[in-house]
Design a protein around this ligand. Structure first.
Ligand SMILES: NC(=O)c1ccc[n+]([C@@H]2O[C@H](COP(=O)([O-])OP(=O)(O)OC[C@H]3O[C@@H](n4cnc5c(N)ncnc54)[C@H](OP(=O)(O)O)[C@@H]3O)[C@@H](O)[C@H]2O)c1
Length: 312
């Protein structure tokens, strides 16, 4: 099969495209023909070897943890799906070797859910990692409630796009933070108020919008926005970060760092919300397998809007 892969950790232009053996699905696994694979900042970090101590690689290593596609073959004991079913998955495995930037991937059927039918295959392939990250942050490890005011730092990126829309499904009031060009975009997603981090101190604007304080900060950016806005979080308020394991915060904050985990049941719920029209996933750019290095270079700038997707 055609695949993008690297033979050693290092610069992103080490990534090449060529023919590798199509993986054989083991017991309980399904072979999926990948139609679309979401690109995430973590894919660049993996190729650079930055996660090697947590998730080792076997070379040649195919990057990519997101995908939507069509079931090609179900192995022994894989009974939930049939050939031809359209599925999607967050396909992170204990080892980086058989990723989704390839024509085929073999994964346990327990990772898979039916893909949303009301959005394109490309959009479906961009949902799993960012969708599960936002879902787990707001509803599993965090406990976002209808009357809460939520501040999302990084509201226009892949995770923020899902975060704004998921938060609106429970009726929370959402303040989205991103750069100047993304203010309208966040409003279209449903943000009640937006803040341009490049125009000044984010915390000062939050205090004007919510003088009584906010209940929840979802931190999915880098930069100084968290430092500037943490003082606006109420005592006992929730802070979930996906970018900083050890932020400098007051003692009375309910803090969790979240690292997203595969979860097919939650993917099913996200599929239902998407098919009900409550979630859309704007795909800002698509690349083919020969352009994976360029796609990863762009994604690691951390200024993407919506999702970038590889179409093998
Ligand atoms: N722990 C986990 O499980 C997990 C899972 C997924 C992602 N992540 C991490 O979470 C981060 C976001 O991922 P992503 O896929 O959403 O990235 P992305 O698509 O590149 O989005 C980044 C977002 O951050 C905004 N931003 C940049 N500088 C900012 C600042 N100073 N203050 C506030 N917002 C700022 C960008 O807006 P502009 O473009 O307007 O600047 C954009 O909305 C990445 O670092 C990624 O590695 C972690």
């Amino acid at each position: 099969m055609n695949a993008s892969y690297f033979e050693e950790f290092g610069e992103l232009d080490n990534i090449q495209t060529g023919t590798l053996k199509t993986p054989e699905p083991g017991e309980g696994e399904v072979l999926v023909r990948v139609e679309a694979a979401g690109v995430n900042p973590v894919d660049a970090a993996v190729a650079r070897g930055m996660l090697n101590e947590v998730i080792p690689a076997q070379f040649p290593a195919i990057p990519g943890w997101d995908m939507a596609g069509v079931v090609e073959e179900c192995s022994y004991a894989a009974r939930r799906f049939e050939e031809g079913d359209e599925v999607y998955a967050y396909a992170r495995r204990p080892t980086v070797q058989h990723g989704t930037f390839a024509e085929y991937v073999a994964i346990p059927e327990s990772y898979l859910a039916e893909r949303p039918q009301q959005v394109s295959m490309e959009a479906s392939g961009g949902i799993p990692l960012v969708g599960l990250t936002a879902y787990q942050s707001l509803f599993q490890f965090g406990n976002l409630q209808e009357n809460d005011t939520l501040l999302i730092l990084g509201g226009s990126g892949g995770v923020g796009t899902m975060g704004i829309q998921l938060a609106k499904t429970v009726g929370a009031t959402v303040i989205g933070v991103a750069g100047e060009d993304n203010q309208d975009y966040m409003k279209q997603l449903g943000a009640d108020k937006t803040i341009d981090y490049s125009a000044g101190d984010v915390g000062e604007v939050v205090n004007e919008i919510a003088p009584d304080g906010i209940d929840f900060i979802f931190h999915c950016s880098r930069g100084d926005s968290l430092k500037q806005s943490i003082g606006s979080l109420k005592s006992g308020g929730q802070l979930i970060s996906i970018t900083n394991r050890n932020p400098d915060i007051p003692d009375d904050i309910d803090f969790r760092y979240v690292f997203v985990e595969p979860n097919a049941k939650q993917l099913k719920h996200i599929q239902e919300l998407t098919d009900e029209g409550k979630i859309s996933v704007p795909v800002s750019k698509t690349f083919d397998l020969n352009e994976v290095d360029s796609a990863l270079q762009e994604i690691e700038s951390l200024h993407s809007r919506g999702k970038t997707v590889i179409t093998p």
